[in-house]
Write a protein that binds this ligand. Structure first.
Ligand SMILES: Nc1ncnc2c1ncn2[C@@H]1O[C@H](COP(=O)(O)OP(=O)(O)O)[C@@H](O)[C@H]1O
Ligand SMILES: [Mg+2]
Length: 383
């Protein structure tokens, strides 16, 4: 028996967990987790995120309350079978050191009775799915970087094509650049796979980037707020959530707003060694032969040789693309050495420039509009 498509995939009802007679690790948790979406559990250390996650596949048994997955009470299913029916990824990829990458990925399908050959061929497909070179198949986990190991961990969790994926701080141990890549990769994968993903992190930025919904847990295993990332940043339910999401929440909230009415001023950028195209007093935006920005020449800057070369250029800031958020527009302006943001089209060719004061004006207008909608009783959150 399965429930209808629109029904939540996972339901917690008054779930409590107490380890060995101590304090509550999870306190009266009731929530519905959407099918085919990413739900993030976020909160400080020790607030019951891992415990809540593990109760879904019975790696941990609840003390009281009910959890259903796809309409079925988990307590009524054999724990080992339940565990194998869901993908699980943890912080240290948890790979078996004496097995090759390919055999690690093939583990669960093999346990489910898939023959060795079919399991391996599926495993090598999955390597590509998670963005790894199939040539890594014969390596052992210790011969991979941390980021590669996490990708293998994700491939292994996907191997049996489970509808539910449980991920416990899977990207916490890798460096920030690799973490950004892994997050982008997960979002790309999810657009294709549409799994029900429950993702644990202590990082509010990661939560708002990945989550369709975010559950903020407070100390004592209590659910402090469960809402869209936009709503959590715009309207934290209480002081705990407000302080947890931090002082930058206003800035982060801009990530959810697409600018309307932002002016992109046409410019006439210069190719290297030409000398006009001023955009900010004295600054010249330099593009390559295809019109893609490659850097800036500052006011009063003189060539090191007899003419300007690439080596003279001051690196540019982030680039703004149509459809990006107000946060991206503001960042393009603020990260540019000239103080002027650069807007590019889909192929990276310069469309024009953004003036930071005008970006701020759009932010102000947007906020005034939001307040007016709230005052008139319209929903503040669009879409
Ligand atoms: N196996 C265990 N035995 C006893 N206490 C535990 C066990 N696992 C977790 N706890 C306690 O339960 C609380 C919640 O832990 P956990 O779910 O791991 O939190 P989080 O994942 O949010 O850091 C903490 O106080 C932790 O010390
Ligand atoms: Mg944890």
């Amino acid at each position: 028996m399965t429930t209808a498509v629109g029904e939540p995939m996972i339901r917690f009802r008054a779930v409590t967990k107490t380890y060995g007679g101590g304090q509550r690790a999870v306190d009266d948790l009731t929530m519905d987790i959407d099918r085919g979406r990413i739900t993030v559990f976020v909160g400080p250390s020790g607030c019951g995120k891992t415990t809540s996650l593990r109760m879904i596949n019975r790696m941990v048994e609840q003390t009281s309350g009910t959890i259903t997955v796809d309409g079925q009470d988990v307590a009524a299913q054999p724990a080992a079978q339940l565990r194998r029916s869901m993908g699980y990824v943890m912080q240290s990829a948890g790979l078996m050191p004496h097995r090759t990458v390919l055999d690690n990925i093939a583990t669960v399908p093999r346990l489910n009775g898939v023959d060795r050959r079919a399991a391996r061929s599926r495993a090598s497909e999955l390597l590509e799915t998670v963005g790894l070179d199939p040539a890594l198949a014969k390596r052992y986990p210790a011969q991979l970087s941390g980021g590669q190991q996490q990708r293998v961990g994700v491939a292994r969790a996907l191997a049996a094509d489970p509808p539910v994926l449980l991920m416990d701080e899977p990207f916490s141990a890798v460096d920030p650049v690799v973490r950004d890549e892994l997050q982008a990769e997960l979002l790309r994968l999810q657009r294709e796979l549409a799994k029900t993903i429950v993702f644990v992190t202590h990082d509010i930025d990661e939560a708002t980037i990945l989550g369709d919904k975010v559950a903020v847990f407070a100390v004592g295993g209590r659910l402090a707020q469960f809402a869209t990332p936009e709503e959590i940043l715009r309207a934290p339910a209480n002081d705990f959530v407000a302080s947890f999401v931090g002082r930058d929440r206003g800035f982060r909230h801009l990530s959810f707003t697409e600018p309307s009415g932002l002016t992109v001023h046409p410019v006439d950028p210069t190719v290297l060694s030409a000398a006009t195209g001023d955009v900010a007093p004295g600054w010249r935006l330099v593009v390559d032969d295809d019109g893609r920005p490659i850097g800036w020449l500052g006011p009063d800057q003189r060539p090191t040789g007899d003419r300007f070369t690439r080596a003279d250029l001051i690196p540019g800031g982030s680039l703004y693309r149509k459809g990006h958020s107000l946060r991206a527009a503001l960042d393009a302006s603020l990260s540019s050495p000239s103080g002027i943001g650069v807007a590019v089209d889909e192929s990276g060719v310069v469309r024009g420039i953004l003036r930071p004061a005008e970006v701020v004006e759009v932010i102000e207008r947007d906020r005034a509009g939001l307040q007016a909608r709230v005052a008139s009783g319209e929903p503040a959150v669009r879409g």
